[in-house]
Design a protein around this ligand. Structure first.
Ligand SMILES: *Cc1c(COP(=O)(O)O)cnc(C)c1O
Length: 406
């Protein structure tokens, strides 16, 4: 593999090792355990003197290929302090939530605190607020747009160990300034981690701004086809990743499986192509919706009306493919709109080739009281779209006919 390949080439070839039997694609290594030639070899593998697989909870060739691919993309064209190509190590997990669990339990202990912001992914928010407090780990949730307030808190509280960021974030696609937040966190010796799921390394590289960890739910754009749930934790401190983090990863048992890793490897080959089309479709849809008389408001960081337009311009290549908008007609309009769709698919999740549309008030947040929903930006008429890579004309026509009923 050429060391200076471009991004789209790395998506295809990055992380691949020639198969010992010369299969073109890495076969699915559906094997829980691996054979030692001799007792000595077993010993050397266990002590790390010899590279090699032992047991699939600890590692598997299908995991390794996609881990190397993701690490190569997240560090693409970046350099370390000495000007050498930046290195990172990735660990593939069964889900995004499993990767987050490894992150938090590797870095945080009883008495530590995490500082983070509003409107995190629902599962992350619940992990921080419902599970970690039971282990003596507390979350401080504030608005990261007011950095003076963040600094005042950091000054006063030496137990804050980690800053956790997610950008862009649901449902209003708010973005946080990675460079400013990470600089501030490092001045106070915090570990920093960024959820890069919505952006992918094609649009945004948190390591560029000095992040210590990058996290993805690979279920979304990296897989790209909605075929498997997965998550990855990528760290720049190789030694820490190989020791402390690997230990937690192996013992918690949140590993992926060979088939899902294989599907992820296949899906990622087209990441650059897909993201270009996803983003150009999303930009056109956002602009179309913004001028529609049935639409009250569009949330998309690629529109200059979005409060974080400037931040997105600064740190992202394009503004991504997730957007939300509110219908003037409220709850009933939301339900009608969703039911009228013929091309777009009614489903939660995001990042697939097909456009997924959901209506939080009648789906994910149906049981949540209206007041509480509105606090997190979910009005009755809010529609969330993960824009796919279909032909744009078909998407616009589908939206047009559905909006006529609202
Ligand atoms: C889906 C998602 C997660 C959780 O990942 P799973 O793969 O569902 O466990 C975390 N963060 C973001 C932004 C997500 O979209």
């Amino acid at each position: 593999m050429k060391t200076n390949s471009r991004f789209g080439t790395l998506c295809i070839h990055g992380g691949h090792d020639l198969d010992p039997l010369h299969a073109h694609l890495t076969p699915i290594y559906a094997s829980s355990t691996f054979v030692f030639d001799t007792a000595e070899q077993g010993m050397n593998r266990f002590t790390g003197k010899e590279k090699g697989y032992i047991y699939t909870r600890w590692g598997n060739p299908n995991f390794s290929e996609v881990e190397r691919k993701i690490a190569a993309l997240e560090t693409f064209q970046l350099q370390d302090k000495e000007g050498k190509a930046l290195q990172a190590k990735a660990l593939l997990h069964a889900s995004g939530m499993a990767a987050l669990t490894t992150l938090f339990l590797s870095e945080l202990h009883a008495g530590d605190k995490v500082i983070t912001h509003l409107s995190l992914y629902g599962g992350t928010d619940e992990l921080l607020q419902k599970i970690l407090p039971g282990l003596g780990i507390e979350a401080i949730i504030i608005d990261m747009h007011d950095l003076q307030q963040v600094e005042d808190i950091l000054k006063k509280d030496s137990r804050i160990r980690m800053m956790y960021l997610e950008t862009p974030a649901n449902p209003t696609l708010r973005c946080v300034d990675l460079e400013a937040c990470i600089d501030l966190a490092h001045r106070y010796h915090l570990v920093t981690a960024v959820d890069n799921t919505f952006a992918t390394p094609y649009l945004q590289q948190p390591f560029r701004f000095g992040a210590d960890y990058v996290f993805h739910s690979t279920t979304k754009f990296l897989n790209g086809h909605g075929t498997a749930v997965g998550g990855v934790l990528v760290g720049r401190d190789i030694e820490k990743m190989e020791q402390q983090v690997t230990k937690v990863y192996r013992l918690l048992g949140g590993n992926s499986n060979p088939f899902d890793a294989y599907l992820l490897t296949l899906g990622m080959k087209t990441l650059e192509l897909r993201m270009e089309r996803h983003c150009s479709n999303a930009q056109q849809i956002a602009e179309y919706l913004a001028q529609h008389s049935a639409v009250e408001k569009v949330n998309y960081p690629g529109l200059d009306s979005h409060p974080d337009y400037a931040i997105a311009q600064k740190q992202m290549k394009h503004a991504g493919a997730v957007l939300s908008f509110s219908l003037k007609g409220g709850l009933q309009a939301g339900i009608t709109f969703i039911n009228q769709l013929q091309v777009c698919v009614r489903a939660v999740s995001l990042g697939t080739c097909d456009t997924l549309v959901s209506h939080p008030a009648s789906m994910t947040h149906y049981g949540v009281p209206r007041e509480q929903r509105e606090k997190s930006g979910i009005s009755d008429g809010l529609i969330r779209m993960s824009v796919g890579i279909e032909n744009i004309e078909d998407l616009l026509e589908d939206l047009e006919q559905a909006l006529q009923h609202c």
